[in-house]
Design a protein around this ligand. Structure first.
Ligand SMILES: Cc1cc2nc3c(=O)[nH]c(=O)nc-3n(C[C@H](O)[C@H](O)[C@H](O)COP(=O)(O)OP(=O)(O)OC[C@H]3O[C@@H](n4cnc5c(N)ncnc54)[C@H](O)[C@@H]3O)c2cc1C
Length: 179
């Protein structure tokens, strides 16, 4: 049973693409429900997540922090993870942390190349849409992870896709009928 399993995990927060800085902390909180210890590796010397999520993490005794560190190597034997070698971003000696699992969580980076010059994007590069999925360019719709929606899950992508398709048909109908 899960409660008897003793394991440790690393939740890594990495590149500049990290979405609002919350992703790794949310994942660390989730992992702490199952793991005996969670090590959070962060390349900066302080967290960028929202204050509230930071507070939840700081009061959780299972979560430990490795600031100004990056994962240099994941070590293992016989296909099983045994630990991580952590490099310092400040020139300090390397550190080895024994863990049983590694979860890389760097957030999301929208694939928006196609849209950059066509529609309005928010500061993270996500496509701004109205409640029907219409972008700033009338007749062009977007749905799912590429949009500025908060919850990026399969079910929300599918439902927003359905809403966008429905409105796109209405948009076309209005033009066909006005011919
Ligand atoms: C590791 C991981 C685990 C996840 N786990 C879950 C989970 O357990 N439950 C859950 O609900 N959600 C989960 N998600 C989130 C879920 O996968 C996404 O929310 C969902 O796939 C979004 O669907 P989408 O259609 O918007 O984008 P995507 O599924 O990313 O589809 C976009 C498609 O567009 C294509 N594409 C990109 N650019 C172009 C272009 N220029 N021309 C043509 N095609 C292009 C891509 O190749 C891709 O096929 C997870 C995501 C990740 C990364």
């Amino acid at each position: 049973m899960v409660r008897h399993v003793r394991w440790r995990a690393v939740s890594g927060e990495g590149r500049g693409c990290d979405w609002r800085g919350d992703s790794a902390l949310q994942e660390a909180l989730f992992l702490a429900k199952f793991a005996s210890r969670v090590h959070l590796v962060h390349r900066r010397d302080q967290l960028r997540a929202t204050e509230c999520i930071q507070e939840y993490c700081f009061v959780n005794p299972k979560i430990g922090y490795h600031y100004s560190r990056t994962v240099a190597e994941i070590t293992g034997d016989d296909g099983k993870v045994s630990g991580v070698r952590l490099a310092s971003t400040k020139g300090e000696p390397e550190e080895f942390v024994p863990v049983d699992g590694v979860f890389i969580y760097v957030g999301v980076d929208p694939t928006n190349d196609l849209l950059v010059d066509l529609v309005d994007l928010d500061e993270q590069g996500f496509v701004k849409v109205d409640q029907n999925g219409c972008t700033s360019l009338p007749g062009l719709y977007a749905a799912g992870d590429v949009t500025d929606s908060d919850l990026k899950q399969v079910i929300t992508a599918a439902s927003r896709g359905a809403a966008a398709a429905f409105d796109a048909v209405r948009y076309l109908d209005a033009r066909v009928c006005s011919l």
